[in-house]
Design a protein around this ligand. Structure first.
Ligand SMILES: O=C(O)CCC(=O)C(=O)O
Ligand SMILES: [Fe+2]
Length: 341
């Protein structure tokens, strides 16, 4: 069973060797914290300015692969309540959390709630661990999976159920705007998509220069929607790490690797990482929107002038095992699916 960081890190005065990451990966250079990643006002998406929003969103996907959304319609009370629920969850006694802390590497039930400490799942090597605990579970439309979700805090299923419904709606708005921007047929992304909660908890760390909350990576899913309140997220822009300043009540949205395939190379997926700090723990609530089966370049974007750059593949069967074994190397997970020009 994973030895969850949140169970023991508060008593530490130094970072244990198991959590000191290799020197080349350490966040040593000073990083500029910017408020310049694009901010998209989703409130305008249903009015006269929709075409402006479509353009802004496409540009944000093209230039950054990351942006923040405001006026998204998710009630602030619900956002605050979800954040409270997760903070309470991670501060539960170890015995309570142990129920969900399965051996994730051997967990065949991908949908069920799983709690693990960072390297247990996504890294081949146990040489070092990142400074985070993760709670992950599916969040299906039919609600069938709810019975596997945590039942403590007692309002978990009610609050996160409502949160998941809201975030599904927001994801549809974003993907609708994106498909318009790319010139895809109406309803391109409307087929049923997978939705997962992936919640990271990064305890305060005695020496952030030796650790990362999570190392540089691109996401494996279509889009990710993150709720954050404490700074820590950095993105790799033009070969430089820049910090994303949280905006109160906004969500951060980023594109994952399959977007590059669907857009036939037009849109990128941007590498990002999380740094820790000495004074505050950080909890980020991630909603991961995932393809169900086949990922391939959209037919509307392929033609004699634009040959397909990627083969069609099954996301869960072909891509994910490859991604999980190669996670730390950014875009390399797409290599086997590229068609050579
Ligand atoms: O904590 C964050 O802000 C980002 C986490 C992340 O990149 C991930 O879980 O894939
Ligand atoms: Fe990520």
């Amino acid at each position: 069973m994973a030895d969850l960081l949140s169970n023991w890190s508060s008593t530490l005065e130094a970072v244990p060797p198991s959590h000191c990451i290799p020197v080349h990966e350490r966040p040593s250079d000073p990083v500029e914290i910017v408020d310049s990643i694009p901010v998209i006002d989703l409130g305008k998406a249903n009015g006269e300015e929709r075409s402006v929003v479509v353009k802004e969103l496409l540009k944000a996907f093209e230039e950054y692969g990351f942006f923040q959304i405001i006026n998204h319609g998710v009630p602030v009370d619900l956002m605050d309540e979800a954040m409270k629920v997760y903070k309470e969850f991670f501060s539960l006694p170890a015995e309570e959390k142990a129920e969900y802390a399965k051996d994730a590497a051997n967990d065949t039930n991908r949908g069920a709630a799983t709690l693990y400490s960072s390297s247990a799942k996504h890294y081949d090597s146990e040489e070092h661990r990142y400074w985070r605990d993760v709670l992950e579970h599916s969040c299906n439309l039919d609600g069938e999976d709810k019975k596997t979700w945590p039942s403590n805090p007692p309002r978990y299923r009610e609050v996160i159920g409502a949160y998941g419904d809201e975030l599904r709606r927001v994801s549809k708005v974003i993907l609708g705007l994106l498909s318009e921007g790319l010139g895809l047929e109406a309803g391109f992304f409307d087929k049923e998509l997978g939705q997962r909660m992936l919640v990271n908890h990064y305890p305060a760390c005695p020496d952030p220069s030796l650790t990362l909350g999570v190392g540089g990576h691109c996401d494996p899913n279509l889009i990710t929607i993150i709720q954050q309140e404490v700074y820590g997220l950095q993105i790799l822009k033009d070969d430089k790490w820049i910090g994303v300043q949280p905006i109160r009540n906004a969500f951060v949205v980023n594109s994952g690797l399959p977007i590059t395939v669907v857009s036939n190379g037009k849109l990128t997926s941007v590498a990002h990482r999380v740094v820790t700090n000495t004074t505050h723990s950080r909890t980020s609530i991630g909603t991961f929107i995932c393809p169900h089966d086949i990922v391939e370049p959209a037919k509307a974007l392929v033609g004699p002038e634009n040959p397909p750059q990627f083969k069609s593949f099954n996301w869960g069967i072909d891509f994910m095992p490859h991604y999980l074994s190669k996670k730390s190397v950014y875009h390399a997970s797409l290599e086997p699916f590229k068609i050579d020009a």
